[in-house]
Every structure is written in structure tokens, then in C-alpha cells.
Design a protein around this ligand. Structure first.
Ligand code: IMP
Ligand code: MG
Length: 183
């Protein structure tokens, strides 16, 4: 049995993903300058693959830092009860901040993160997410850059996991029901 046998279908193939990450980077390149020296805040673990590809297409000087957020809930649904497990290294006061996230589902995690970061008085705070599930939204969060809007399906790959596995798949895919049940 291979990891790939657990995938029911590929929602976003690798070449489509890569092309969109490149065009997102072009949009972001139009927004920031070297002088802005923005801080990209990667939300771990899910956004690490997206950040790694995105950062190499950005043409302006920027810094990266990481936050680890835990959300309590079942394995496929977030509860909105959120805790910071790893925080940013330095103050973001007066800095231009771009949050890099894997997916916005109910919006609860991102709502918590943006409220928290706003209290630190950044010069600007924007959100870039690879994926968004608009039909699942419970809290409205203004998204500045969205890679793809997807239907209400649990997806894995390109950093996104189920029970910590499948992050290494180079595409966004949907698991077979039996792969979700047996774990
Ligand atoms: P939210 O708080 O409901 O918006 O959930 C956001 C978090 O739940 C994301 O950062 C992911 O870690 C996780 N999540 C939501 N949907 C999916 C999915 O389809 N696959 C994998 N993780 C997901
Ligand atoms: Mg996440």
C-alpha cells in the first residue's frame, strides 16, 4: 500500500498549484517594496510547503517567522478554541505583516490570529491563504490573497495533513473514506 492509494481524487494537480503560487507571488510583488521589508508569518505546520514555494517567487526584501497554533477539536473539524504554542521571535510593532496560511475553513483560527496580532500594532496586517472553503465560514475574516476557493471537502497534501500524514503529497487531494476511518 502506498500513500497515494489513500487518495480518492486529486482536486488541484501539482502544475496548477505551482502556476497559482507563482501568480499569487506576482500579485504580492505589486504590493510591497524593499523599503517595506515585510514580515511573512507562516502558520505551522500546514503552511510550510506553501511558504517555501511562495518566498522563492517574491522579489522584494522580506523576513520570515513562524507561529505554531493548536486548535482543539476533532481531527477534521476545528473547534475555534485556539492556543499559541510557538510565538514570533520579535515585536511586530510598526512592521508590515503578511500572514501565510494553508486553509481558511470556519475562519475561527485566522480570526483569533489576526485579533492577537492586531494588539501588537503592526503597520499593516494582511492575509494570504492557499485555500479557502467559503461555504464553511462561521467568522468573516477579510482575505487579501486567496490561491483557490474549494468546496466543503477535507483535503490533504502540499502541507495539509490528516492525523499528521500526507503533508508531502505534491498536490491537493481528497482521501478515500476508508483512509479516514481506519486511523
Ligand atoms: P478554521 O479555524 O476552521 O478556519 O480551520 C483552520 C485550520 O483547520 C487550518 O489551519 C487547518 O489546519 C485545519 N483544516 C481545515 N480544513 C482542513 C482540510 O480540509 N484539510 C486539512 N486541514 C484542514
Ligand atoms: Mg493550519
Amino acid at each position: 500500500m502506498s500513500l497515494y492509494d489513500d487518495v480518492a481524487n486529486i482536486l488541484i494537480p501539482e502544475d496548477v498549484l505551482q502556476a497559482r503560487v507563482r501568480s499569487l507571488a506576482e500579485e504580492i510583488n505589486r504590493l510591497y517594496t524593499d523599503e517595506d521589508f515585510p514580515l511573512l508569518v507562516c502558520i505551522l505546520k500546514g503552511a510550510f510547503v506553501f511558504l517555501a514555494d511562495l518566498t522563492r517567487h517574491l522579489a522584494f526584501r522580506h523576513e520570515v517567522d513562524f507561529m505554531v497554533i493548536s486548535s482543539y477539536g476533532s481531527r477534521t473539524v476545528s473547534s475555534g478554541v485556539v492556543r499559541i504554542l510557538l510565538d514570533l521571535e520579535r515585536s511586530i510593532e510598526g512592521r508590515h505583516v503578511l500572514i501565510v496560511e494553508d486553509i481558511i475553513d470556519t475562519g475561527r483560527t485566522m480570526d483569533y490570529i489576526t485579533r492577537n496580532l492586531q494588539t501588537r500594532h503592526p503597520a499593516s496586517l494582511r492575509i494570504c491563504t492557499l485555500l479557502s472553503k467559503p461555504s464553511r465560514r462561521e467568522v468573516d475574516v477579510p482575505l487579501d490573497f486567496v490561491g483557490f476557493e474549494i468546496p466543503d471537502e477535507f483535503v490533504v497534501g502540499y502541507g495539509l495533513d490528516f492525523a499528521e500524514a500526507y503533508r508531502n503529497l505534491p498536490f491537493i487531494g481528497v482521501l478515500k473514506p476508508e483512509a479516514i476511518q481506519c486511523q
